[in-house]
Ligand binder design. Structure first.
Ligand code: PLP
Length: 392
């Protein structure tokens, strides 16, 4: 199909909830994509942090095709090898005790919220279901995860929203403490606020909140949907913050391009989800779990080291370009935010870059880069050359 045919069908038959760019992507390899007209793009987005191993990774393709030829789906009424292997790998590598598998980030965060509320209900009874989250956070698009999200722009149209969330200011411990009350059961945050603008939390703030949680028996819930699976230069970002969360959500990069996600928790929460209290038809799907096993096997120290080096390289080169429309960079590993200066908005700059052959994302008022973790030196340099030419 031509680009025009695809676009026409989209407009006729698909609900127009996405503001799409005028590109129809056809296929990819590594961190390079081609559109339906054969034009090449360097990808600094990974499908918003999903394609951690880039496109068409041979081992990944083999892992999922082999599993598809064996068992494509089986209900959670039965045991199967792929999901137990994925669970074991995750727990061992992340230092957690047990996992619940889901399919998306929002659904994983729903699990995180339910886990915290039931933990508290089991121990203290009703009336202790409030969760403190942060302004500028993003936790998903379901009614409850929209409530958890600390941005008013998301609290519209879909009334009534789920009760039981209070929003504090990031990196302001007093603001979190001010939210305390007999009704609180947990604090939940991203360690780098992704959609909010790639805003890393201060280490001291995170450690103080962690101590407060321990003191009050609030669960410390970390949303690693965007920061997880090697993105920041460690398997999970919390491993660089010197904290041990009670439960962590993950999704996006975990299966390298298939829908997968979940919640992993420490020993304290082992017996919270008892039979029948939580579930989902596709959770732990064998093909997605086989993909996750493959992705997790690729997450070793050499991968984390290269993610840190590539992130530092991209940031230093972008800052050295000293472009009039771009300011400081921030982030960890290959999760990079860039300030936008001058008259053009981040959306205008992103559109210009995409038109010029470099896929980038926006976040808050800035630009955001989430390249595949396996991006090569040549691909990074090609992307930087496009950036320089398009924005100079
Ligand atoms: N949590 C965070 C931190 C995210 O960045 C996102 C998506 O961008 C979500 C949750 C929601 O994930 P999903 O779109 O898979 O539901």
């Amino acid at each position: 199909m031509t680009f025009e045919e695809i676009k026409a069908l989209d407009h006729q038959y698909v609900m127009q909830s996405y503001g799409r760019f005028d590109v129809a992507v056809d296929h990819g390899r590594g961190a390079t994509l081609w559109d339906t007209q054969g034009r090449e793009y360097i990808d600094f987005t990974s499908g918003i942090g999903v394609c951690s191993l880039g496109y068409a990774d041979e081992g990944w393709v083999n892992a999922i095709t082999e599993q598809a030829g064996k068992l494509g789906h089986i209900s959670n009424l039965f045991y199967a090898e792929p999901y137990v292997k994925a669970a074991e790998k995750l727990c061992r590598k992340a230092g957690m005790s047990n996992v619940f598998f889901a399919n998306s980030g929002a659904e994983s965060n729903e699990g995180l919220i339910k886990l915290a509320r039931k933990y508290s209900f089991d121990k203290y009874g009703k009336g202790r279901g409030t969760i403190i989250t942060l302004h500028k956070s993003f936790h998903g698009r379901t009614i409850t995860t929209l409530s958890a999200t600390g941005q008013d722009v998301f609290h519209n149209y879909f009334f009534p929203f789920t009760e039981g969330f209070r929003h504090a200011d990031a990196n302001d411990f007093d603001s979190v403490e001010a939210m305390a009350g007999h009704d609180v059961c947990a604090v939940m945050f991203e360690l780098i606020q992704g959609e909010g603008g790639v805003l890393p939390l201060d280490r001291e703030f995170v450690q103080k909140v962690s101590d407060l949680c321990a003191k009050r028996d609030w669960l410390l819930l970390i949303d690693e949907v965007q920061t997880g699976v090697g993105r920041t230069g460690s398997l999970f970002a919390f491993q660089q913050y010197g904290i041990q969360p009670d439960a962590v959500s993950f999704a996006k990069g975990i299966a390298g391009g298939l829908p997968f996600g979940g919640v992993m928790a420490g020993e304290k929460c082992r017996n919270v989800f008892t039979t029948g209290t939580h579930g989902t038809t596709f959770g732990g799907n064998p093909i997605s779990a086989a993909a996750a096993c493959y992705v997790l096997d690729r997450m070793d120290d050499a991968m984390f080291q290269s993610v840190q080096e590539k992130g530092a390289y991209l940031r230093s080169r972008i800052e050295a370009l000293d472009l009039p429309c771009l300011g400081a960079t921030r982030g960890m590993g290959l999760m990079i935010g860039i300030d936008v200066k001058g008259e053009r908005t981040n959306k205008e700059l992103a559109a210009k870059l995409i038109q010029s052959g470099l896929l980038v994302l926006t976040a808050g008022p800035g630009l955001r880069l989430l390249p595949p973790l396996v991006i090569t030196q040549e691909e990074m340099d090609k992307g930087l050359a496009i950036l320089k030419a398009a924005l100079s």
